[in-house]
Design a protein. Structure first.
Lengths: 213, 213
């Protein structure tokens, strides 16, 4: 168990959203944010914001709002993203390519240090052209060796669904700690490996539930 | 208020994940699923699965597991995805292109009926080549007219972050009901418009929190 054993998963998820909104405010040179403002930006209510923050002790001074810089640092520390995390992306189609240029990863210490495909030669020219610089795409067969050599802890899966479990197994075999799966097929792993399946249909399902009900 | 006013948001989110797992089982010709199996596939515990389903009445017969086909239909009805939803994608870069070919949208009645970009001529050849067929990309200036003519209810934003709010405003002006934002900048809308911001960093934040704690 870590420092925060009893925090609801929904609170952890909202912390990420608060962080995004805080950084958005920071980019606009704001110094202080009220719970009402954060609530409005994150589509929750202000009481929820205060309740979520209360799990972690005193973040703000009553009536003064939250100091944005302190809040940002505190949330990053809670989430464990106050240090660099080294990531491999497997499957460099449209989705994988989008991730290679996703600027927010850099801002959050999410460093993509390797990109793999089953056919590196086929994708390399296309990606390099889009990114405006040469890109190194490695063959999937080198995965274990590269994960080890580059101290990679997280694998992102962006292959077609029928390949997803096979790639997950290869990542597990390569001693990766966590997997983020963008493929529309759920992947499974032993308990010691953390997995998040990010299904785009789920985001739409959720939106539509609230449109309907 | 709709039919299910008091369901926790986390339950609604998990319903989507259960649906994905159920469909995965269905594609393998399974007919029945236990709560233990669904739990293991969705990274929750079996008691949580039963509790989530209990909000909606009796889904299964004790000791018999859930009938997969009934469960799938029931969840789709709850979520409101048992009918077609017409969608526009705005911003046809890597991410937008990935969505145009995302097969699971079709399976869920999510029909992308229009794709917009600020420079349709520039992207059209590239996308057509990747999709293996001609693709119609419309100029963003035609958004309102096309949304109206094609009965589009949902807009997906896949433009760079600095353009995201502007596009959101255009979608709102076009009388869209819901917005799914893939851009890494949070977008805001009046209360009557439902918005979901899908930040990839949030998925990684969440994974890392559970790796760290």
């Amino acid at each position: 168990m870590g420092k925060y054993p009893k925090i609801p998963e929904a609170t952890i998820r909202r912390l990420s959203n608060y962080l995004k909104c805080i950084e958005d405010l920071e980019s606009k040179n704001e110094k202080v944010a009220s719970s009402a403002l954060l609530a409005s930006m994150c589509n929750v209510n202000a009481a929820q914001v205060r309740k979520d923050f209360a799990y972690f002790g005193e973040f703000g001074i009553r009536g003064m709002g939250y100091n944005i810089q302190e809040l940002r640092n505190h949330i990053k520390e809670i989430l464990g993203i106050n240090r660099e995390w080294r990531i491999a992306v497997v499957g460099i189609g449209n989705m994988g390519s989008a991730l290679l240029v996703y600027k927010d990863f850099l801002k959050q210490n999410y460093k993509i240090v390797a990109a793999f495909d089953i056919d590196p030669v086929k994708v390399i020219g296309h990606i390099s052209e889009r990114m405006g610089r040469p890109v190194e795409i490695l063959h999937i067969d080198t995965l274990k060796e590269v994960v080890d050599a580059r101290n990679i802890e997280i694998g992102i899966i962006t292959v077609p669904p029928q390949e997803a479990q096979k790639v997950a197994d290869q990542l597990i075999e390569a001693n990766i700690k966590g997997i983020l799966n963008f493929s529309p097929a759920p992947v499974r792993a032993p308990d010691k490996i953390k997995i998040r399946n990010l299904f785009f249909t789920s985001a739409l399902d959720n939106l539509i539930y609230y449109l309907t009900n």
